[in-house]
Design a protein around this ligand. Structure first.
Ligand code: AMP
Length: 282
């Protein structure tokens, strides 16, 4: 596996690969890789001939009060995981490479969808995500991009951007990889102390319990579903709810009743200062 750090080299490498008629798959990450990321790299390997994994803690998607500085980083470990998972290139640009200081001015934002759910509590977050992803898509000219449904809103927004801006890439979503007790695997889980980690299991428990209710009683109003989830989460003393929403998974608009195949229940919950997200498709 080759490690590339500059725009010049990554564009050169990807042009050569394209010239050979090969399909490129890209897996953008912020590093501190885990089983979730590995599942994406393996999927990209399956669907393309050449996998570029990117490792970049993207400052434009963090607000000044957020965890950009302390976001976990371990380049050596990530390199090993990436190589073992079958990535051909690991692209690790530094911040100045992606956003040359003093002259960088361009951002792309997907209106409306970016302001809902996580966008409400993290203004500007998705503008940073779409900007960096579009830059990475352009640099690699990847044919396929693999993302996790764990960040469902992110994936929907990126799909909208790709369609709206006619970006020649197909985006593929992969199911959320979970710990044995159901907690969604996340780089941010390392922030949790033992007690917070134990109580964090309530997120998925509450989501699955809501899914079971809807399976038995599909007509249950969303207000009841949401309040049931909130009640369960509030039973964990260290949990503080940011939001719990039942929405149409295509436009993220709140719905009154479940729409079969099209319902997303998404939530964000703080444990201490760590904000965790999770969701379930119904
Ligand atoms: P991140 O490094 O957290 O920005 O995530 C990079 C990619 O990995 C995104 O597409 C995420 O949706 C995906 N991802 C993160 N956690 C998981 C997980 N537990 N299961 C599957 N994909 C994940």
């Amino acid at each position: 596996m080759e490690i590339i750090r500059t725009i010049k080299e990554i564009t050169k490498k990807c042009s050569e690969v394209k010239r050979e008629g090969k399909k490129i798959g890209i897996v953008p990450t912020m590093g501190y890789l885990h089983q979730g990321h590995i599942s994406l790299i393996k999927k990209a390997k399956e669907m393309s001939d050449f996998v570029v994994t990117t490792l970049f803690v993207n400052p434009t998607q963090f607000a000044p009060n957020e965890d950009f500085e302390k976001y976990p980083r371990d380049e050596k470990r990530d390199t090993k995981i990436c190589e073992e998972s079958g990535s051909n290139v690991l692209f690790i640009p530094d911040v100045k490479e992606m956003y040359p200081s003093g002259k960088y001015k361009t951002f792309v934002a997907v209106e409306n969808l970016s302001e809902k759910l996580c966008g409400k509590s993290r203004p500007g977050h998705f503008r940073g995500v779409t900007t960096i992803c579009l830059k990475l898509f352009n640099l690699t000219r990847a044919d396929i991009g693999v993302f996790g449904w764990k960040d469902a809103q992110q994936l929907l927004i990126l799909k909208r951007m790709v369609e709206d801006l006619n970006v020649p890439i197909e985006l593929v979503g992969m199911p959320t990889v979970r710990e044995n007790d159901g907690l969604a695997v996340s780089s941010r889980n390392v922030y949790l102390n033992q007690e917070q980690r134990n109580q964090a299991t309530i997120l998925f428990k509450a989501l699955t319990s809501a899914a079971e209710t809807l399976e038995k009683f599909p007509q249950t109003p969303s207000s009841e579903i949401v309040s049931g989830i909130k009640k369960m989460i509030e039973s964990a003393p260290l949990a503080r709810i940011d939001y719990v929403k039942m929405v149409d998974q295509e436009n993220l608009e709140p719905i009154q009743k479940m729409i079969p195949q099209k319902t997303l229940i998404a939530l964000a919950v703080f444990l201490g200062s760590t904000r965790l997200i999770d969701n379930i498709h119904i």
